[in-house]
Structures are given as C-alpha cells and as structure tokens.
Ligand binder design. Structure first.
Ligand code: NDP
Length: 517
C-alpha cells in the first residue's frame, strides 16, 4: 500500500505516532483545484504537542549518540526512500497544493539534494576541532564543537510544502536534533507523508521526526512545549506572534517571512533572458513563492524591449490543473482576494495592465488567476509595498541601475532578488549592495538550489539561515572547551598571583599592541 493510499483512509494519517495523542477533533484537507477531499487529520492540542515533544526529546538523545556516521547512514536511507517514491509524493503535492506535477518533481528534487548535502557536510561543519588558544592561554588546548539543541519545532508553509520545511528539517536532523513538524493546515497530508516516509525508511528512530497537525493554536503550542529552537516560515504578522510566544520561554527562533523581491535589468542586459526569468520568477507556482520576483526595475534603455518581451511570454501562460498548465490554482482561496485588491489598487492609481491571452471564463474555477503585468505603478502603491503572492509582476522604468537599486532597497523586506547585466563586475557590485539575503545574477532563484549557500532574509523578511554551513550551525549551540596542557609558574587567574604580574602584563600588551595607531 502506498503512503498516499494510507493517507486516503486517514485519520490514521501519518499512520502512526501522532494518533496516540489527545486531539480536539479533526479537520479536512481538500484539493484547491477540485475541492476533493485529500485527507482528514487530527487537531492536536497543547497537551498532545507537549507529549510529542517529550517523546522527541527521548529520541533526540539516542539520535545524537549515533554520531555523524550513524545519522548519515539513516539520512541517506531517508533520501533514498524519497527518491524512489518521488512520483508518489509529487502526485500528493499536486493534489493538495495544486501545483503542476512537474513543478512538484522539481521542488522535491531540490529538497533531496539539500538532504544529501546536509548529511554529507555535518561532521566537517559541526564536529569537534582544535582552535588556536592565543597568547593569553598559550598553555591550554582549545576545542570547539557544535552541539544539537535537542528538539527543533518546525512550522511550515503550504507554498513549497516539501522544499521549505525540509530546509529546516534536513539540517536539524543532520545536526543531531529530533524534529516536531507542524505543516500548514492547507498541506497536512504532505507533512504526514514526509513523517510516514521517515518511519518507513528509518524504523529504528521513528520518534526522531514526528508531525503534529492542526491550526495556528497547534503551531503556537510548539513554542511552549519545550523545544530547543523554533523554525517558522510564513507571514510577518504571524512571525511576530510566534516570536512573542517564544519570548516567554526564551526559546530562540528562526523566521523566514517572505518578501517583495525585485529584479534590476541594466542597460547591457540580455533582455530576452531577463524577461524569461522575470516571468518564470513571478508566475511559476502561481506567484506563491517567497523568493518570487514581484517587482522589476528596468532602465530606460531596455524598458520598451523588456516590456514587449514579457508581454509576448506572458501571453503564452495558462493556469490549470492539467499537465500542460503553466501553474495551478491559488492554494489558499482567500489569497485570490489579496491579489485582486493589489491589482485593483494599481489600476486605480493609473497603472497599465497586461494580461495573458488565456480566457478567464475557461479557467476551471475562481481559484485560478490570470497572469497579470502592471506597468509603472506608483511606488507608494500597495502593489509595490506589500507581498502579493500571486501571478503578478510590476515593471517600472528607471533612469539607470543606481535608481533601480535605490527603489529596490526601499522595501521593508529583503529576502532575495536578481540582477541582469553582462558585466560581471557591475553584477557583483549591484548584488552586494542589494538589501537582501540572497541575489542571483543573470537568473532568478538559483541561490535556493545551491545547498552550500545559506537561505534567509533581512529586515521584515526575518532572520536566521537554513541551508549551507550556516544552516547546519543554526540548529546547534557552539560549545567551547579549554584544557590546561601545562601549568605556568605564574597563574594570572589566581588570587595567588604576584603583585608585579599585572604590571608585567601591561608591558607585554604595550609591546604587542601598543605600536598600532
Ligand atoms: P501564516 O503566517 O498565517 O501561517 C504560516 C504557518 O504558521 C502555518 O503553518 C500556520 O498554521 C501557522 N500559524 C498560524 N498562526 C500561528 C500562531 N499563532 N503560532 C504559530 N503558528 C501559527 O501564513 P498563511 O499560510 O495564512 O499565508 C498568509 C500570507 O503569508 C501569504 O499570503 C504570504 O504573503 C505569506 N506567506 C509567506 C510564506 C513564505 O514562504 N515566506 C509562506 C506562506 C505564507 P495554519 O496554516 O494551520 O494556520
């Protein structure tokens, strides 16, 4: 029986551990494309979340004790299992999130690649090492290592229901933590599938990765349940609530909160490639991408050609639920209202609108939105200032790349972004000065597919990093140890030190550092 079949018969949903808990009822997950039932899941209350975290705590000690090799073998088994069942999981992602099957395959592929990287690089990044003890402790050996927190709580989103939470889950597990994952109420079956796959692939460590399901209250309960750290992906308002809840117990948080990412198209850019990237960056996944391109600033030298090329490309796009569709429905029905509000506000402020050729009358339901390009929207408009999270793209004409950068950097958020220019030096310079955590030059979103590169934002896009060495360290605490190798005749950190020791030390400091002006 496939894991999907098991999920169909739910509420044994994640086919195991979560159902041992007390719950406060159940909720249904439905397909955003058809409204068909995907599964029925328990609403885990605070007590159930606490029990789950307790069980994870016990499991985390055994997991940590396995060491890098023992964990690495099991993470490889999980990766192998996901790769063998890739199509099954992609089908479920298509049904529950709505995105085309091919996009689901791409998303899962990226998640598997990150899992492989995290397992392979954990020892080198986190393992014990000697560091130089320095002049003042020359008679000591100094050791550094990165120890796991114990249990990491992960609250995940629905837009990339595999890739995004797995960015926290894979790196947490590789660092030696157990994980309790609360998927979005819109994609609980995918979360339950990931945990069921773990139990199948790693049967001797089933409680190391568990799922709890429910609404915001279930997620909020994770903070108070004694996790060592909480990794949250979602909106900034909810991120603030999560941080406030975690402050009660001084539980550290990682916040990945979305953005309003911009692309800068410079005078010398390959305009066709830039348009292709902008359209894909804005419209793929129906625009429900935290690092999607929402704004383009094109210089006056390329603006007309760029708009013409974007127009030509957008006209070919068609939302739908079939295999040939460019993108699927809005996963969250309420999001259609946000997108329409932004488009209306831009239009009311005088923006010109370009839509695709596809006839909205033929879309399967109101959950499907036409690709929409907004030209020259005023900078203070909601369509420029707030995350739209739909298949829209604004294009604004600017004098030059410096003005583009200035406007890009006025956003309160700063997650990703892109620069198109043929000059390597100019591209790197603009990328470095872009106020964001990540920037791709001559492509979009590429940084998300490089496992060695940390992922995260600045400002209202949150803080903390998943992926790469920083992502592994994010789920650990640095542990510092010194060991005295030989005792010195004079111990400065003793009440028994001679009265002259401090003067001698001052003279040495004068010789070593005093010459620097
Ligand atoms: P939310 O921020 O409301 O929810 C994100 C996650 O947090 C979900 O799993 C949610 O559970 C959970 N949650 C909700 N309330 C709490 C709480 N008080 N404590 C702990 N966890 C909680 O995002 P939405 O899904 O409602 O989407 C709204 C907007 O957020 C989007 O339009 C988009 O702009 C942005 N967003 C950005 C994402 C990104 O990738 N950066 C991802 C998703 C959304 P539940 O779903 O059960 O309510």
């Amino acid at each position: 029986m496939s894991l999907v079949d098991q999920l169909d018969t739910v509420t044994d949903a994640s086919a195991g551990t979560v159902d041992r808990h007390a719950t406060t009822g159940t909720f249904e997950s439905t397909s955003p494309a058809s409204g068909a039932l995907v599964g029925i899941f328990p609403v885990h209350d605070a007590e159930a979340v606490r029990e789950t975290v307790e069980r994870a705590r016990g499991a985390s000690e055994r997991w940590a004790a396995l060491g890098f090799d023992g964990r690495g073998k099991r993470l490889a088994a999980y990766r192998g299992y996901l790769a063998r069942r890739l199509n099954e999981l992609a089908d479920l992602v298509h049904r529950e999130n709505g995105k085309p099957h091919a996009d689901a395959i791409l998303e899962i592929t990226l998640a598997i690649d990150h899992l492989a990287w995290a397992g392979a690089h954990a020892r080198k990044t986190l393992g014990p090492r000697r560091v130089r003890a320095g002049m003042l402790a020359a008679n000591h050996a100094a050791y550094l290592e990165y120890q796991p927190f114990g249990v990491i709580g992960v609250i995940g989103p629905w837009n990339y229901p595999v890739y995004t939470p797995m960015g926290s889950i894979s790196y947490s597990l590789a660092a030696g933590n157990a994980v309790v994952f609360k998927p979005s109420e819109h994609t609980p079956a995918i979360g339950a599938w990931l945990a069921a796959a773990w139990r199948a692939a790693v049967p001797d460590a089933v409680d190391v990765f568990q799922v709890v399901t429910g609404f915001g209250d279930t997620g909020a309960a994770l903070c108070g349940a004694g996790v060592g750290k909480l990794a949250f992906t979602g909106s900034a308002p909810t991120g603030r609530k999560v941080m406030a809840a975690c402050a009660e117990t001084l539980t550290p948080v990682l916040l990945e909160l979305g953005g309003k990412d911009a692309m800068i198209v410079d005078d010398d850019a390959d305009v066709v490639a830039a348009a292709d990237a902008a359209v894909w960056g804005a419209m793929s996944n129906g625009g429900q991408t935290c690092i999607g391109i929402e704004r383009v600033y094109a210089t006056s030298a390329v603006y007309d050609r760029f708009v013409a090329e974007v127009t030509a490309q957008v006209q070919k796009l068609r939302p739908g639920s079939d295999d040939e569709a460019s993108y699927g429905p809005m996963t969250m029905a309420s999001q259609t209202g946000v997108v329409r509000r932004h488009v209306d506000a831009a239009t009311a402020a005088g923006a010109r609108v370009i839509r695709g050729d596809a006839d909205p009358g033929l879309f399967p339901s109101e959950n499907y939105l036409a690709p929409t390009v907004l030209l020259d929207v005023p900078e203070d408009n909601v369509a420029i200032r707030e995350e739209t999270f739909g298949p829209t793209l604004s294009i604004t004409k600017v004098r030059d790349a410096e003005e583009a950068l200035e406007l890009t950097n006025t956003s309160a958020t700063g997650l990703g972004g892109a620069v198109f220019t043929r000059s390597k030096a100019r591209g790197l310079d603009l990328a470095r000065r872009m106020r964001s955590g990540m920037t791709s030059i001559n492509s979009v979103i590429t940084f998300a597919s490089v496992p060695a590169l940390p992922f995260g934002g600045v400002g209202d896009s949150g803080f903390g990093r998943i992926h790469g060495e920083d992502g592994l360290k994010e789920f650990t605490r640095a542990k510092s140890i010194t060991r005295q190798r030989v005792a010195l005749p004079v111990n400065l950190m003793s009440f028994g030190r001679p009265a002259t020791a401090a003067d001698a030390l001052a003279r040495v400091m004068g010789m070593v550092h005093g010459r620097h002006r």
